[in-house]
Write a protein of this length. Structure first.
Length: 336
């Protein structure tokens, strides 16, 4: 017993800051969760003071509806960030391409289950394209995904103006339905965040992803293939974006190629606000549920305060800058 208690202390005396940082991971996640929950509660209280009717079933439906798509896309973005891939700026386009593939197959007479699989597969193919370019070309993921995003958007603008889901399809009925009083679209998002968060924490795949993002050289020394891990990370993120596209198509009777543009800032802000570091290898996806919920409440609060909807972007941008600043401060503090 004496040996087990004194052994960890030795590295601390000889500069073992890494051990201390490791011990702070769980409290840091809890601190992020409490901070977001506290600010979220303050926003709800402030809005309720101004407009007591803010606390209503309609507000709850509006917030959970907004969370459904952005939450799924945030999981895709979080996977890329945790793996050390910086950011995937093409996810909103992957969303629309997958939604278009889903709706096009439904309009061609395909059953709903096949349309869902096709939508997810389209997203996975998109992610594979990004992964191949990043890994084989050894290029910056931000530049690559910015380029593929612009290219994909341009192709869609050229070849189709809008898409409309058949109103009688099972997928559309799913999008219109509710479960336990909340939109059906809300529950896939919750399940995805919980399952992915747990998988990152307890599975071999999750440990490899975190290892590659946190210290690529050490991960390679352990026999982890950096190229394979990064490629499949982009593929998986694309598949998740494909799921987001399927859900998006179920709740939107019609959409255009530019319909996904509004998700970009919100998704990046949610990921960084949840404490998922842009340096890679750090982050708790379970906190993501709180950050997505908080950001989804801002537009509703803006409406009840009587401000123009554009103010929601102002607040989200300010929060993004604040979150990036906090992330940078943590990196500097951990490097001391």
């Amino acid at each position: 017993m004496t040996t087990s208690l004194t052994t960890p202390a030795a590295p601390a005396a000889t500069g073992g800051r890494g051990a201390r940082r490791t011990g702070l991971r769980v409290p840091a996640a809890a601190r992020d969760a409490l901070s977001i929950a506290g600010v979220w509660l303050l926003l709800i209280v402030a809005t309720t003071i101004v407009r007591p009717d803010f606390l209503s079933q309609q507000t709850l439906l509006a917030v959970t509806f907004t969370m459904s798509i952005s939450g799924i896309l945030a999981v895709a973005q979080a996977l890329v960030v945790v793996s050390g891939g910086l950011l995937d700026l093409s996810l909103p386009v992957a969303l629309i391409v997958s939604a278009w593939a889903t709706v096009a197959s439904l309009n061609a007479g395909a059953p709903s289950w096949l349309a869902v699989l096709l939508g997810i597969a389209t997203g996975a193919a998109w992610g594979s394209l990004n992964g191949l370019i990043v890994v084989l070309g050894k290029l910056n993921p931000i530049i690559v995904t910015l380029a593929t995003g612009f290219g994909g958007l341009a192709v869609m603008l050229i070849f189709f103006k809008s898409a409309q889901i058949p109103s009688a399809s099972e997928l559309r009925q799913f999008g219109l339905g509710r479960f336990l009083g909340l939109p059906n679209a809300f529950w896939p998002m919750v399940a995805l965040i919980v399952v992915t968060g747990l998988a990152l924490a307890v599975t071999r795949w999750g440990r490899h992803l975190v290892a590659v993002g946190g210290n690529p050289r050490a991960a390679a020394a352990r026999g982890i293939s950096l190229k394979r891990t990064r490629f499949f990370t982009f593929l998986g993120a694309g598949a998740v974006a494909g799921l987001a596209g399927v859900v998006f198509s179920s709740v939107n009777p019609s959409f255009t190629p530019a319909s996904g543009a509004g998700f970009q800032l919100n998704v990046i802000a949610a990921v960084i606000l949840a404490g998922i570091s842009l340096s890679g290898g750090k982050g708790n996806l379970l906190v993501l549920l709180l950050s997505v919920g908080f950001l989804a409440t801002i537009p509703a609060s803006i409406a009840f305060f009587g401000l123009p909807p554009a103010w929601a972007l102002v607040f989200q941008g300010a929060l993004l800058i604040l979150a990036v600043g906090i992330d940078g401060y943590r990196l500097k503090r951990s490097a001391r």
